[in-house]
Design a protein around this ligand. Structure first.
Ligand code: FAD
Ligand code: SF4
Length: 404
């Protein structure tokens, strides 16, 4: 006869565990990115799965792509394992999408062609445009309602609780790096037959309160912002509900105020380019108006083929030299220097014309963020810096002179 205790022992760890109670301090404490894993029974695996407790790029890349990145090849050092890289825009852009809407269109095709049963994506709350509401979407309308970035930490993985008992067996997951890393670590324990990950690059995310501070210190009309992006022309482009656009030069940011708003998770993150996704869609390696696509493996290729006929494609390009600008940025950030707006506009004008473009712009952004984040980790979590900062990031950071 089987005893109750034997039955319990036979259960998988996630079937013996409850989600953490809402409001309880998460295992990664101040470094938690609220990825949603701890709001599910899969919190059982948090010690191995949480990217802020146990980062494991090499093992993840090996398992997902069949090899880890080659640190001696500059493009892999920066952008991770990949098979193909291109820039593209939808011939018929989706109105209201963050860029041209390739992510939403591809997701709709994945449902319509039967490649997957559902798409994990993020809608917004009815009351607030920037409050994320993750869902398992099964229709084109549900996917379209998730278009455009909610530029705040989003608990995407909390919806994994809804998988059991649903008839979802094939899932497309849309997410940023920390969500991808946690998902990959528990993927094999989920009741799924097939998984595809469409990742986005991500940096400098904020809590909802942090976003308020950012908008108030940066935009002339913070309450009407419906969409914004840090663009490759070195300006932040805000779009307002009255249809107007507002451009603010990066170099005019109120550094002393803005410095503290980014989530500690994002100040300690080195997964800007979403290393564990099958396909990554961002913008920063492309010229203005285009999106930047990185196909990492054959599943990523399968995803891209769903929309390829609908894309206007161009090869990736690279020009300029980022190094001096990155070094100046490190020193200015460390001293919390804020340029007057007239000077910021002049600097912006020059950098836009002679500064890094295409892949070199991506490297500029990666260098700037990795140096800042390495400094932040050394200063705030010195005890974990050696293990937490991955080899590829150490190699990138070592090109610069950092303040002590
Ligand atoms: P759309 O068709 O508009 O679809 C957007 C998708 O984003 C939706 O499916 C939605 O589910 C998902 N989403 C929205 N908010 C979140 C969230 N908070 N977490 C997870 N998923 C979300 N690209 C760069 O090149 N450099 C960057 O620094 C960069 N930072 C980003 C920061 C954040 C927080 C996000 C969400 C994205 C970032 N991206 C970045 C990606 C880029 O801004 C676009 O999202 C991407 O190019 C897709 O554009 P699209 O028009 O195809 O997307
Ligand atoms: Fe849990 Fe995710 Fe926070 Fe890590 S980042 S503690 S896995 S919710």
């Amino acid at each position: 006869m089987t005893t109750l205790s034997n039955n319990v022992a036979d259960l998988a760890p996630h079937d013996r565990t409850r989600p953490l109670k809402k409001g309880k301090v998460k295992p990664a404490r101040d470094l938690c990115s609220e990825c949603g894993l701890c709001d599910t029974r899969w919190v059982a695996y948090v010690k191995q799965a949480c990217p802020f407790l146990h980062q494991q790029f090499e093992a993840m890349e090996l398992e997902v792509h069949g090899r880890s990145r080659n640190l001696d090849l500059e493009e892999e050092l920066y952008f991770g394992v990949y098979q193909r890289m291109l820039t593209a825009r939808l011939k018929q852009p989706i109105i209201g999408a963050q860029w041209t809407g390739i992510v939403s269109r591809l997701s709709i095709k994945a449902i319509e062609t039967g490649l997957v049963d559902a798409v994990l994506c993020v809608q917004q709350s009815e009351e607030d445009r920037f409050t994320p509401v993750p869902i398992l979407a099964r229709t084109a309308d549900e996917i379209l309602a998730a278009r455009v970035n909610k530029a705040t930490l989003s608990p995407n993985l909390e919806v994994l609780e809804q998988l059991s008992g649903s008839n979802i067996k094939r899932l497309l997951v849309i997410g940023v790096g920390c969500q991808t890393q946690a998902f990959r670590a528990i993927q094999n324990t989920l009741p799924l037959d097939a998984v595809y990950i469409l990742g986005m690059p991500c940096v400098d995310n904020v809590s909802r309160a942090g976003l308020e501070t950012f908008l108030k210190s940066t935009s002339k009309s913070p309450d009407t912002v419906i969409h914004y992006e840090f663009m490759q022309d070195f300006y932040i482009h805000f779009h307002h509900s009255n249809g107007k656009s507002e451009l603010v030069p990066f170099f005019g940011l109120d550094t002393p105020k803005v410095k503290d708003i980014f989530a500690p998770s994002c100040l300690s993150c080195f997964d800007y380019v979403n290393a564990g996704a099958d396909l990554v869609i961002g913008y920063m390696g492309a010229k203005f108006g285009y999106q930047w696509l990185t196909v990492r493996n054959s599943r990523g290729e399968q995803l891209l083929q769903l929309v390829e006929p609908e894309l206007e494609i161009q090869p990736v390009t690279s020009s300029g030299n980022r190094h001096a600008a990155v070094q100046q940025g490190i020193d200015a950030y460390n001293q919390s220097i804020r340029l007057p707006s007239w000077m910021a506009s002049i600097v912006g004008w020059f950098v836009q014309r002679i500064g890094p473009q295409g892949l070199e712009y991506s490297r500029f952004s990666i260098d700037s963020h990795f140096t800042r984040n390495a400094l932040w980790v050394w200063r705030h979590h010195g005890e974990k810096a050696e293990k937490h900062i991955p080899l590829f990031a150490k190699k990138i950071v070592s090109q610069y002179r950092l303040p002590s």
